[in-house]
Design a protein around this ligand. Structure first.
Ligand SMILES: Nc1nc2c(ncn2[C@@H]2O[C@H](COP(=O)(O)OP(=O)(O)OP(=O)(O)O)[C@@H](O)[C@H]2O)c(=O)[nH]1
Ligand SMILES: [Mg+2]
Length: 307
């Protein structure tokens, strides 16, 4: 059997379960997951081996109507990944699309636009653990009116139902060609980037309303120590003074809890003890300024470049 290798992009509305599926397919936590929409802010590569196939999965930010410069950059990252892909998996939250005509229409619009590109377009109905099976048929029929899907799969990224079948189909669908990455590599994510993401995950889990959307995290230093542990310093940039007060909390209680949980999660991921130091900095308007977005690692200088 000859080697196969290709890109498969996970595309969909915010909260469809793209990052949960990436982690499930990769068998490792590569992308952060929270119950809030717009958690993912940039492309995340997951490298998955299945038989002779290397599947290069691209997790992407959800597609929505952008408001801020940051939102535009996020949505552009999703469309750019779709353009790079051999196969596009349009992920749909089955329960939302079943219950809500707006969610169904949004999925249809994304599908119609994706169908204009050259990649094979697959429909992946996710969260089937939340929906009675007979409802999936009507939903599939409604979405097939929006675009010609080459495959339709029904899965639960949380329980793993249907995921092995999806992986087998993807492995078969990848074009013949040499593997682009070493077979034991899981992602192109650096430990520094992962540290910032894990802190941001805790901000999304522990704060609400506009606070998580007005915050971003930068790893300032990442230093292995002689005793085998690692010392990480990170800065949380916030948009407004009120957000800084909320993130710090009464007598520093909130920032301590964010730090404690992020430290524990990072310790598990890096498999060593972590010393984590967080600083909150007021940086009004950071999310609307292309130069600062670049400096914060959120806007790539050459959008549309090969991943
Ligand atoms: N019950 C159930 N929940 C799921 C499933 N897949 C994802 N979720 C939940 O849906 C929420 C959003 O999941 P994410 O993986 O962050 O969704 P996403 O598409 O990456 O979201 P953005 O990054 O914001 O675009 C989380 O609370 C997940 O636990 C599923 O198959 N079943
Ligand atoms: Mg995500």
């Amino acid at each position: 059997m000859s080697a196969r290798c290709g890109f498969a992009a996970l595309i969909g509305a915010p909260n469809a379960g793209k990052s949960t599926l990436l982690n499930r397919l990769a068998g490792a936590k590569l992308a952060i997951v929270t119950p809030k929409a717009q958690t993912t802010r940039g492309r995340v590569l997951g490298i998955v081996m299945r038989g002779e196939s290397q599947i290069l999965l691209l997790d992407t930010p959800g597609i929505f109507t952008p408001r801020r410069r940051l939102d535009q950059v996020m949505v552009e990252a999703a469309w750019n990944s779709a353009r790079e892909a051999d196969t596009i998996l349009l992920l749909v939250d089955s329960r939302a699309a079943d219950a809500n005509a707006e969610a169904r229409a949004a999925a249809g619009e994304i599908a119609a636009r994706l169908a204009e590109g050259g990649a094979a377009l697959w429909l992946v109905l996710n969260k089937i653990d939340l929906l009675a099976p007979h409802r999936l048929l009507a939903l599939t029929a409604a979405l097939h009116e929006a675009a010609p899907f080459a495959e339709t799969l029904m899965i639960s990224a949380t329980t793993g139902d249907g995921v092995a079948t999806l992986l087998d189909r993807l492995a078969q669908a990848m074009p013949e060609g040499p593997h682009l990455y070493p077979e034991d590599q899981l992602s192109d994510l650096s430990d520094r980037a992962m540290a910032a993401e894990i802190v941001r995950e805790q901000i999304f889990l522990q704060t609400h309303a506009e606070v998580p959307y007005g915050a971003t995290v930068v790893t300032e230093s990442f230093r292995p120590l002689e005793d085998g542990s690692v010392r990480i310093e990170a800065t949380i940039h916030v948009d407004r003074p009120g957000h800084k007060a909320i993130l710090i909390g009464a007598k520093g209680a909130r920032i301590r809890e964010i730090g404690a949980r992020a430290r524990a999660a990072l310790g598990r991921l890096l498999e060593r003890d972590v010393h984590l130091f967080l600083v909150v900095k007021q940086d009004p308007g950071w999310h609307d300024d292309p130069r600062r977005l670049r400096a914060l690692g959120l806007e790539t200088p050459h959008p549309g470049g090969k991943p």
